[in-house]
Design a protein around this ligand. Structure first.
Ligand SMILES: Nc1ncnc2c1ncn2[C@@H]1O[C@H](COP(=O)(O)OP(=O)(O)OP(=O)(O)O)[C@@H](O)[C@H]1O
Ligand SMILES: Nc1ncnc2c1ncn2[C@@H]1O[C@H](COP(=O)(O)OP(=O)(O)OP(=O)(O)O)[C@@H](O)[C@H]1O
Ligand SMILES: [Mg+2]
Ligand SMILES: [Mg+2]
Lengths: 227, 227
């Protein structure tokens, strides 16, 4: 379903050139649950952004299904993302001008769902994340973990076939974190492909394998379960 | 050194009134290392913001040393904070228009340090946090964990006698997280009072006691070590 071939990503600032990804090759089957781990700054979010078509690589190829998308423009990438990819950002990226309900509903705006069905779907997912009691609040009126849960709700509400999660439990207590991992496991059992960056060795083990990144390269892999 | 007496905090929005803190009483001795735990949304950041004089309570008293500060104005609270309190925010709160070096140096601007000494002090603390290689970068060019480490550097550079840390390892891998906990432990051994909110039971155990919060109240306490 997804294949990266010798992907490189170089960030250039006026002062310095940073090689964030140094030649990453990776294949992920449809329906897999893969965890990605590695030290701070080693390239995990950069890798996830490229997988999620948020960003494009400097070199290399990216096969998303049958399409080779590495050189796609922003608008072509956005077209593929809608309906196919749900992204949980490390820093949430909620929209300050919209309340919780509207933030989640935004993910359904481009679908052909009727307004009544959209609203029911948003309510269902907010209930799953225990965030209905805050749905008229704005992001800046929420706790860190509440913002994270809204970001998760937004990523799953359109039932995408691929979910990319960048440290989805980083701001959550143990119980809320467990609920999120159970949710991702359930979605995976229903067929959703999950690629999750995590610093938690405990959460990483919900996947079928763990990919270890260091200095912009994949250095090793642990196979946890048969896929 | 610090005493809260029946502290309440109520947030009012147009739609709803949220009782974030429901009567919190707490005494923390100078030189203690206290951990605070509790589920997402239970009031930990709100409590820390009041302790750090970032915010003021709706009711109750706050004795900071000999001063009763609960009703102090923003500018009087800011005066006390400078030089006394270092704050590591849950969402970092770095200044986008300043690079890493300048963000950390900002914490020393109100001191009477000479420019040369300021710069040496900033370099020393960036080295401690392994962030010198990024010091000319801007916050939006950093990984999540790198932003967190800059936030920590900024909180400690002025050697405050009180450090408030809101989930300081939430975006860090195990190794970097351990380094941060060792650093806080060392500062505490040198006499700094540390109040740390954490979701990690492992990190919480670096303190001498753990305070458990639920629905805006302190519900229990675990004494880990003699103080
Ligand atoms: N500015 C605000 N306006 C309205 N409600 C607020 C505001 N800030 C916080 N709250 C509410 O107060 C409660 C406590 O928030 P707080 O940020 O202290 O939680 P927390 O314990 O730090 O949670 P987390 O572990 O998720 O960071 C939450 O229910 C939150 O929605
Ligand atoms: N826009 C940018 N400009 C310049 N450098 C960048 C930019 N974004 C990221 N980097 C650099 O690329 C490297 C990889 O960043 P990335 O965000 O992928 O790390 P990460 O593995 O997700 O780290 P963390 O665990 O701390 O979130 C880092 O050294 C970072 O400073
Ligand atoms: Mg990251
Ligand atoms: Mg908080």
């Amino acid at each position: 379903m997804i294949r990266l071939a010798d992907i490189k990503k170089i960030y250039r600032t006026t002062e310095v050139e940073t090689s964030a990804l140094n030649g990453v090759s990776l294949t992920i089957q449809q329906g897999e649950f893969v965890s990605i781990m590695g030290p701070s700054g080693c390239g995990k979010s950069t890798l996830l952004n490229i997988l999620g078509l948020i960003d494009s690589p400097s070199e290399g190829e990216y096969y998303f299904g049958d399409l080779e998308v590495a050189k796609y423009s922003e608008s072509k990438r956005a077209d593929i993302r809608k309906g196919n990819i749900g992204f949980i950002f490390q820093s949430f990226n909620l929209i300050d001008e919209l309340n919780v309900f509207e933030n989640v509903e935004l993910a359904l705006i481009y679908t052909d769902m009727k307004s009544k069905n959209r609203k029911e779907r948003v309510m269902a997912v907010l209930e799953k994340m225990n965030m209905t009691h805050r749905m008229k609040h704005y992001p800046q009126q929420l706790s860190g973990g509440q913002q994270q849960r809204v970001a998760i709700a937004r990523a799953i509400v359109n039932r995408p076939k691929l979910i990319l999660a960048d440290e989805p439990t980083g701001n959550l207590d143990t119980k809320n974190g467990e609920d999120v991992m159970q949710l991702l496991t359930q979605l995976n059992e229903e067929g959703t492909t999950i690629i999750m960056v995590t610093h938690s060795p405990h959460d990483a083990e919900y996947g079928q394998r763990i990919i270890n990144v260091l200095d912009g390269k994949i250095v090793s892999e642990n196979k946890l379960k048969a896929f």
